[in-house]
Design a protein around this ligand. Structure first.
Ligand code: LMR
Length: 397
């Protein structure tokens, strides 16, 4: 039976870490998988997480199953964080959530839930995160692409994007990125988000907003604009929330699927559907990460510490952007990479081809995803110059 199953190539993002580890060269730079890193290349456990974890280990009395909605307190805390304590949608109980195994779990449960509705298509601006296509494909949706980012101009082609968005209809789902677009780092402005939601109102399509980096621009509440506006202005939305990056809980697989319905009854019904999808798949999410998040957000002291640490990570990434831009102009790349300083979050796309990505790896030990996505967390004072020189070599004049 298994003879028909060929070995598959490595994952385009996760495979980079493996290749990087194998590389024996002393001078190498990992700009691959989206994790925060210190200049020493470490991804430390946040202090707030350490403290919360210690409290949990001390007080936990059982490992009995949690409900399919997740660790006690998790979803309430996440909803309050995402929408803000004074959200009208929250007080009207139009927002429900279940904890999921990471943001991926939330996307998959959301997609399977959509399969139970009249949703015909899921549409995304191009390019999008490499895993969106297989993930939605596994749920039965061939992700359809519309124009978003103009690589030649290193900017969003909003006219082309909005024109395509305005053609969507009530059986369509528009996949949107929360803050820190992956892979481009080019986020919609507030005015552009408003225009997309005007179109959603007019045309009746459903926004499915994938939020893996809330808090990574600079301010958590400002970063939540897109989801708060969706809940305030639209009758329905699906939202994913990942705790991988902002809580540094990558391996704990902690996330949430947030369901916004027109009424409290609809939100309740949606939650029961999501529970049913999850039960038929993994039954319930792993509890540990959810307990940590609930502990942090349930303690004023830990939440303040966490917000401080998150803001510091975001500031580091912003600083790394500037480091690369300065180093690029110092090695003679002129303004070619200056757009990077304006973009947001961990990623930007370099003007590269697959050949130049391969050359960067082979000639300089610089590991870049796909056709030019870099994780700015891999840049620091000690390697910015080397990196800029390597990029100049492979990108040409
Ligand atoms: C990334 O885009 O690098 C991260 O979201 C990690 C992943 O799972 O791909």
């Amino acid at each position: 039976m298994f003879s028909e199953l060929p070995a598959l190539p490595e994952d385009p993002i996760l495979g980079i870490s493996k290749a990087f580890k194998k590389d024996q060269r002393a001078q190498k730079i990992d700009l691959g998988v989206g994790v925060f890193r210190t200049p020493e290349g470490l991804t430390p456990v946040m202090q707030a997480v350490r403290k919360a974890q210690a409290r949990i280990v001390e007080s936990e009395t059982t490992k009995v199953y949690t409900p399919t909605t997740g660790a006690p307190g998790f979803t309430d805390a996440v909803l309050k964080l995402v929408f803000g304590a004074d959200s009208e949608a929250l007080s009207a109980e139009r927002c429900a959530a279940i904890q999921t195994p990471g943001g991926c779990g939330a996307l998959r449960v959301g997609a399977e839930l959509l399969k139970r509705t009249s949703a015909r298509r899921i549409v995304s601006g191009a390019p999008t995160w490499a895993n969106h296509t297989p993930l939605f494909g596994a749920a039965g949706y061939a992700l359809e692409m519309i124009p978003y980012y103009d690589a030649a101009a290193s900017a969003i082609d909003f006219n082309a994007y909005l024109a395509a968005v305005k053609k969507l209809g009530p059986q369509d789902v528009l996949l949107l990125h929360g803050p820190c677009h992956n892979p481009t780092g080019a986020d919609l402005s507030r005015a552009q988000i408003d225009a997309v939601f005007d179109a959603a109102k007019e045309r009746g399509f459903l926004p499915f907003i994938d939020c893996a980096y809330i808090g990574f621009v600079e301010d958590l509440d400002a970063d939540a604009y897109i989801v708060r506006e969706a809940a305030r202005r639209l009758p329905e939305a699906l939202i994913t929330f990942s705790c991988s990056k902002n809580f540094g809980l990558y391996r704990e697989r902690t996330g949430a699927l947030i369901l916004v319905g027109e009424t409290a009854e609809r939100a309740d019904a949606l939650r029961s559907q999501a529970i049913n999808v999850a039960r038929g798949n993994y039954s319930m999410p792993p509890a540990h990460g959810g307990l940590i998040v609930a502990e942090i957000l349930g303690s004023a002291e830990l939440e303040a510490l966490w917000r401080e640490e998150l803001a510091a990570m975001a500031a580091t990434v912003r600083g790394n952007r500037q480091l690369l831009v300065d180093a690029a102009s110092a090695v003679g790349l002129g303004n070619r990479l200056s757009y990077i300083a304006e973009q947001r979050g961990m990623f930007s796309l370099l003007p590269m081809t697959e050949e130049s990505v391969t050359a960067a790896k082979e000639r300089h030990g610089v590991y870049i995803v796909g056709a030019g996505r870099i994780n700015l967390c891999g840049v620091h004072e000690g390697n910015a110059e080397y990196l800029a020189a390597a990029l100049k070599d492979v990108m040409g004049q």
